[in-house]
Design a protein around this ligand. Sequence first.
Ligand code: FE2
Length: 480
Amino acid sequence: MAPLGSSPAPSLHARVPFHPPRREQDDTPLSVEGELPSWLHGDLVRTCPALFEKGPWRARHLFDGLGMLYAFTVADGTVRYRNRMLRGQQWARIEAGRGWHASWADGPQRSWLRRIVQPLPPSTDNANVNVCRVGDDYVAMTETPHQLRFDPRTLQTLGPKRYEDELGPGVGMIAHPHLDRRDRSLVSVATEMGARSSLILYRVGPDGRRREVVARREFTELPYVHDFGLTQDHALLILHPWRVRPPSMLWSQRGIVDHFHWDAERPTAIAVIDRRNGSWREVEVPGDPFFVFHVANAFARPDGELVLDLLAYPDPGVVEALRIDALLAHFSPAAQLERVRIAADGTSCTRERLVDSPFEFPTIDYRRRSGRPYRYCWGAQDEGGERWLGEVLKVDTHHGEVTRYQRPGWNLGEPLFVPRDRSDERDDAEDDGVLLTVASDLVNDRAELVVLDARTLEPRATAAVDDAIPIGFHGQFFSR
Ligand SMILES: [Fe+2]
């Protein structure tokens, strides 16, 4: 068990949901209250920003906190916990006081000579956004060209994930790949910046080695892409007007985010990419532009209409709200679940709100419903300020009903759905399972794995961790 360091107040470290944990744990048995489902076996692995200051370095944005992996192993009614800092290059540089690479809101540290010989600064490998399996590798992801492999049993960082392909090492990858269950391939989006700036839809075969280009389109101003929708035949990318002119990043000393600008005069468009032939067309969404981090689901109707359900913000103000200075004051994102429908011939597009309850971190019965018609979406909403209220929601997208589980004084993270019987494809089995969410106490350095009945949101069991788990983003449940 190694200490993770400390830093002087006032800082984000003085606020409990952002405390770095006191120690790294290897395989700690947790006390469980309630009853875990006997069928629940596997590892919930998550990543989060956990360290915001070290020596001269201060993160300026939540997204730049140095990443930590943590995991709960659930088996035979017991839970064990472990956590480990991600030890990549960015971590090593900051630990050793050797400066840092460019990240979301932190500019790179480099000499004027290095700026001249390397106009586009090296970017961070601080993979604190999400985790997934690529072939035999477990990887932690951020939104730069770098992904880090880790050992799922020990959470030790194993080194960079390398692909043997023509895309090259300088192409950024989003942290929300989709799994195509038909052939076990991953489908995702890459961003190429430089003399040629493009968005690239790519796939990685089951062996996890090569990124194959499915479609590519050049942009003068690249839109920020965080997530996308995938159906059997199409990929749907949200092209909102939060864009960057890549040449502005050359020789820059600013953070990545500081090169993006919002053009409220431009519409948000959807890129409809045919996965079968790589063709790319774009359709404008009527009304005011909107900003999106996360997609809930996408599917095609029998008549060919494409449906894209997403969490829409009126603008990218949420990005500013997650800067450290803003987080110290208040935090309350408000994205709304909306449905964009694109006619089969691509000539028309509509947009409607599905429910009037803001939330984030949309989760569905991914294994059985991703890319297909679905009914239920779960998510989390945390209201900061005077009275922090952590909430997990269940939305019935057919009838607009909302069910809630509330926990005043705790932050509730992204809920992940685990089906009781994954082979049960009947409609009424869609919410038959549990939600796994991590609750962080807002006052004390403690956290809990919370297991909720996915149908009713009644708590079934909790497993207590006697240390802080900072607020984080995404994770995966790897079934045994
Ligand atoms: Fe995300």
